[in-house]
Design a protein around this ligand. Structure first.
Ligand code: KDG
Ligand code: MG
Length: 401
């Protein structure tokens, strides 16, 4: 059987930031590449892949993607979670890449073919003042972006999410500790969008990422206060655990809501989708178990008029960015794609990935994902321990988010 898996190689590399990559090779020599990067906990995924999952893959048929997905997901008994579902995503993505290469077709074609010429995309504008955020947004608009996420530093806080980070008093290899308070945040963000609209006009689509920091009633107030500025959506207003809280936002506001980068499987998404409590589902393909799970989430979302907006930060590799765009192109209820450019060293290690043209992302017609890993280059950039920031309130307690 020429599709028999004969080799599974995990690659941890840090070309500017850490990535956990996977290469699965079949007996015929055809191989696929995957990405299971979990920012701040990369080595947990790499160990899961190397020690637990790789031995299960040797000898399996690479063609049986769904069966392999179910076997790995159910087989652990422990029901996934971010570490195991990121590892599963790496396997799944590599298997889809192999399938595309064997069929000599780009992945979007295997997933049903193009429904659009490109994937509308957004990127991040931030600044320490309203003026700086506006200038940065303007630069992106001049480059052709039609949707821009806007964040700004909040007076009286330290290291606001998305607005850049000052030097870390705990040392660069320990987590940065933000100081954050809801009251100044809730006062500042509507004023930011008032400023942005007065400077940039109404044609550009703008939105904001709350990053799960608010209580339900605070989120409802923010969504209501932002209504005059017509956000494309308000991202991740609440923590992911308590779905019913989203009803409170809906009761008070018509600001569209996006949610999902912390969900790791379809069942977590389902209550928000079927009750139409969100407008955009924005899971991370590298954390939900890959293309196989994401296309099911997209399909169920289609039934409830929820659009996709897959997570596309710089802390996942171009392999997942490529998977995002292949799926975007083939998904009828696609909404928008997040995309942030990587540092240039990344292209030394990972070749391929989406291309930005006038506000849209496209992929080539190369078979599979159209990406490859340069293993020698990956070795030149060894893993460097790094953490996501944590958040404390003014009284020193860890913020409950
Ligand atoms: O690793 C964490 C990042 O992926 C996250 O902070 C980025 O919120 C994010 C976004 O919307 O891109
Ligand atoms: Mg986010």
């Amino acid at each position: 059987m020429d599709t028999r898996i004969v080799d599974v190689k995990t690659v941890v590399t840090c070309p500017g930031r850490n990535f956990v990559l996977l290469k699965i090779t079949t007996e015929s020599g055809v191989y696929g590449v995957g990405d299971g990067t979990l920012n701040g906990r990369e080595l947990a995924v790499a160990e899961a892949l190397d020690k637990h999952i790789a031995p299960l893959l040797i000898g399996r048929d690479a063609d049986q993607i769904e069966d392999t997905w179910q076997y790995l997901f159910r087989g652990s008994y422990w029901r996934g979670g971010p570490v195991l579902n990121s590892a599963l995503a790496a396997v799944d993505t590599a298997l889809w890449d192999i399938k595309g290469k064997r069929a000599n077709m780009p992945l979007y074609s295997i997933l049903g073919g193009k429904t659009r010429h490109g994937a509308l995309c957004y990127t991040h504008a931030s600044g320490s003042t309203f003026e700086e955020t506006t200038d940065n947004a303007r630069k992106f608009i001049e480059r052709g972006f039609k949707v821009v996420r806007c964040q700004t530093e909040i007076p009286g806080t330290v290291g606001t999410y998305g607005a850049g980070q000052s030097s870390n008093p705990h040392g660069e290899s320990l987590p940065f500790e933000e100081r954050w308070e809801p009251s100044p945040y809730l006062r500042t963000i509507p004023k930011l969008f008032e400023h942005l609209r007065s400077e940039l006009g109404d044609d550009i689509e703008l939105f904001h990422d709350v990053h799960e920091r608010l209580t339900p009633i605070q989120a409802a107030r923010l969504a209501k206060d932002l209504e005059p500025y017509h956000l494309f959506f308000l991202e991740d207003p609440l923590r992911p655990e308590h779905h019913a809280s989203f009803r409170i936002i809906r009761q008070h506001s018509t600001t569209p809501i996006g949610m999902g980068e912390l969900f790791t499987n379809k069942w977590e998404c389902l209550p928000l989708i079927q009750e139409q409590l969100i407008d955009f589902i924005r899971c991370d393909l590298a954390h939900v178990g890959g293309i196989t799970e994401a296309r099911k989430i997209a399909a169920v979302s289609e039934c409830f008029q929820v659009q996709t907006a897959w997570h596309g930060p710089p802390d996942i590799s171009p392999i997942t960015h490529a998977a995002n765009v292949h799926l975007d192109l083939a998904t009828p209820n696609f909404g928008v794609q997040e995309w942030v450019e990587h540092p240039t060293e990344v292209s030394e290690v990972i070749h391929g990935g989406p291309t930005f043209v006038d506000g849209y992302l496209t992929v080539t017609d190369a078979p599979g994902l159209g990406c490859d890993i340069d293993l020698e280059a990956a070795n030149r950039f060894p893993y460097q321990r790094a953490y996501l920031p944590t958040v404390r309130r003014a009284d020193g307690s860890v913020h409950d988010w």
